[in-house]
Design a binder for this molecule. Sequence first.
Ligand SMILES: Cc1cc2nc3c(=O)[nH]c(=O)nc-3n(C[C@H](O)[C@H](O)[C@H](O)COP(=O)(O)OP(=O)(O)OC[C@H]3O[C@@H](n4cnc5c(N)ncnc54)[C@H](O)[C@@H]3O)c2cc1C
Ligand SMILES: *[C@@H]1O[C@H](CO)[C@@H](O)[C@H](O)[C@H]1NC(C)=O
Ligand SMILES: *[C@@H]1O[C@H](CO)[C@@H](O)[C@H](O)[C@H]1NC(C)=O
Ligand SMILES: *[C@@H]1O[C@H](CO)[C@@H](O)[C@H](O)[C@H]1NC(C)=O
Ligand SMILES: *[C@@H]1O[C@H](CO)[C@@H](O)[C@H](O)[C@H]1NC(C)=O
Ligand SMILES: *[C@@H]1O[C@H](CO)[C@@H](O)[C@H](O)[C@H]1NC(C)=O
Ligand SMILES: *[C@@H]1O[C@H](CO)[C@@H](O)[C@H](O)[C@H]1NC(C)=O
Ligand SMILES: *[C@@H]1O[C@H](CO)[C@@H](O)[C@H](O)[C@H]1NC(C)=O
Ligand SMILES: *[C@@H]1O[C@H](CO)[C@@H](O)[C@H](O)[C@H]1NC(C)=O
Length: 583
Amino acid sequence: MLIFCLCLLQMPRDVVSITTRQHSQDCRCLPDDNCWPTLHDWNTFNRSVNGRLIRIRPVGAVCHGREYNAALCAIAQNSTHDSLWRIEKPGALQSVTWETRPYRNRSCFIDTPRAIPCDQGRIPVYGVLAQTAQDIQEAVRFASFHNLHVAIRNTGHDGIGRSSGVGSFQINVNLLKEIQFMQEFVPQGGDKSEGSAVTIGAGVLGLEALAAGREHGVNMVTGTCSTVAASGGFLQGGGLGFLGPAYGIASDNALEFHVVTAKGDLVIANEYQNKDLFWALRGGGGGTFGVVVNTTIRTFPDVPAIHFLLTADLPRHPTRTSDADQAIWDITTELTNLLPVLKHKDNKTSAIIVPRFLEDRAVLEAHVLFVNTSDKDPVEKHLNMLHSALEAKGLSPAYKSELTRYPNLSAWLNIPRQMTGAAYGLIEGSVLISEDLFFSHNGTSHIMDVLSNLEYIVGDSVEILMSVGGQVKANKYTVDSALLPSWREAGLLLTIRRTLPTTSLTQIMVNSQMPMVRALQVPPLGSYYNVADIELPDSRRAFWGENYARLYSIKQVWDPDGLFIVRMAVGSEDWDDEGICRV
Ligand SMILES: Cc1cc2nc3c(=O)[nH]c(=O)nc-3n(C[C@H](O)[C@H](O)[C@H](O)COP(=O)(O)OP(=O)(O)OC[C@H]3O[C@@H](n4cnc5c(N)ncnc54)[C@H](O)[C@@H]3O)c2cc1C
Ligand SMILES: *[C@@H]1O[C@H](CO)[C@@H](O)[C@H](O)[C@H]1NC(C)=O
Ligand SMILES: *[C@@H]1O[C@H](CO)[C@@H](O)[C@H](O)[C@H]1NC(C)=O
Ligand SMILES: *[C@@H]1O[C@H](CO)[C@@H](O)[C@H](O)[C@H]1NC(C)=O
Ligand SMILES: *[C@@H]1O[C@H](CO)[C@@H](O)[C@H](O)[C@H]1NC(C)=O
Ligand SMILES: *[C@@H]1O[C@H](CO)[C@@H](O)[C@H](O)[C@H]1NC(C)=O
Ligand SMILES: *[C@@H]1O[C@H](CO)[C@@H](O)[C@H](O)[C@H]1NC(C)=O
Ligand SMILES: *[C@@H]1O[C@H](CO)[C@@H](O)[C@H](O)[C@H]1NC(C)=O
Ligand SMILES: *[C@@H]1O[C@H](CO)[C@@H](O)[C@H](O)[C@H]1NC(C)=O
């Protein structure tokens, strides 16, 4: 099975120095400040968290200067692209971009010469590897008392640096791995069963939740990228996965949260108590309303499924526009044009189509998943139309495909995937496309016309994601949450991803690619908080629409002093871009 956790190639070459901060009490306390906790403070605190305080160094520190260690550096170099290895390392993120940007020459890289100093970049300086809610409570109280810059860190997948921060204090939730299944779940304070559910610790990865589910004959909505945590930033920002069209977006299926608030209290948020917090945690965005300890989410019976896989991998000339690119776009277009037909027949169907342009290859990976069906025939009929169309264009030799029946979803969802897509530079942006456009005559042709004619550079990829519609749409009438309301009208999410080779090339994405993709959808529907474009104009409207005002007021109730501030989030407009000083 192939890569979902795909990321991209080179490092940024841009250089910006850390600006000198005007110290004031409206700023966080940073390591060079007099207000920074003393060694004695840290040691006392360490005892209160059972010795789970760590000093954090960037994951590349073992490759530089006095910290150099040949054996450890070899392991780091060998493991750098391994998503799971990076999750385990508090001094790493999935993407190097947010370990460093914009402090590139004050950062640390695994693959630069030994003599180059290893500076901290955006990697937190201290952290707590929380194993209990109490560890988190102590950490929050300590951070609040000392006015520290908090970074809640789960898997480190966030695409705009929300799980790290310069001079920050990490609250690491990734070791919270409990998983408990229930046949009948009654939220605390309620009297009505919500049916079968599972409580998962904040650090449980999508793949871990699915593996446990298999043993219990159930599934849940997890990310297409299996190393994203199932209930951290993913679910709090919405949460798109293969089972979304069948069962709803991930946050629609959250029934209860245990949360540590900015005051350090441990509270329950569900339909019966702390309802405003419950509303906000479902779609309001991670890193903002508190530290989630665990989440109870719905589970679903492990029904049969049919999976269609299409791949292409064509040699490509690095500079000339090549035939390979054209072939990849032609196949992508034919397949995308088939999606409205497949979706119209069965709204539970989901798909992801990813063309990517590398130095010497153009590649395509596409999956279509048909949920709760064992009958291949109707699917095959449509796919034959695809194959004929591609044959007519002489493209049959360019791709491979297979249609497979699985006795249950678990059998497919648990196929091990390649985990070597981490550690590249990454910037991205996303645009919601309405069902109206998606289902309209020539709608997908029009979309593909625009996508295939954008300017691309090496390392770019496009993601055409059909994990909305169906139950996501139906939940408009049954789920009241902070989620951007226009998710209920969406037919696709389009994402552009790219490496960060230079600042000027970043401009292609900001000034040309994203505006052209956004222009496809009139009036605009919005964008995905979890796949955020760092330069998105009017981002609060795009991420939350009419829900923003209420979210802002809930933020003032639960975090009046702004302890939990992350980029482009609820309430972060009151702070500078790094969340260090109030503006
Ligand atoms: C390669 C890749 C593939 C992806 N695939 C998908 C996908 O298929 N579907 C999808 O919907 N999204 C996907 N995403 C986006 C993903 O949802 C976001 O990156 C998400 O923020 C990851 O959440 P995390 O908790 O695992 O990661 P982190 O980066 O550790 O955390 C993300 C944010 O949530 C906060 N947070 C994490 N845990 C908690 C907690 N317990 N309490 C409070 N705040 C918390 C952090 O502070 C941070 O702000 C993908 C991203 C990448 C890089
Ligand atoms: C915290 O205490 C533990 C156990 O005593 C110790 O191993 C660890 O090094 C301490 N952390 C720091 C940052 O001093
Ligand atoms: C490098 O990784 C490969 C595959 O994961 C492993 O077999 C090998 O032992 C590793 N080498 C080192 C030096 O860690
Ligand atoms: C970082 O780069 C900037 C701009 O080139 C330069 O002015 C600064 O001295 C550099 N800092 C370090 C620590 O190298
Ligand atoms: C969820 O967290 C709360 C608070 O720590 C705890 O009481 C509860 O036992 C946890 N649930 C599970 C299933 O671990
Ligand atoms: C799902 O399919 C697998 C593989 O055929 C099988 O081993 C497993 O028992 C099935 N699970 C259920 C719940 O039917
Ligand atoms: C799927 O949804 C579309 C639009 O939302 C609708 O027109 C179509 O009839 C639905 N298909 C099925 C099989 O329900
Ligand atoms: C699967 O389909 C059957 C009928 O074919 C239906 O009874 C059942 O409820 C469906 N299950 C799910 C989880 O959608
Ligand atoms: C739009 O659809 C018509 C009829 O289905 C077709 O002939 C035409 O080529 C399409 N236009 C585009 C731009 O795809």
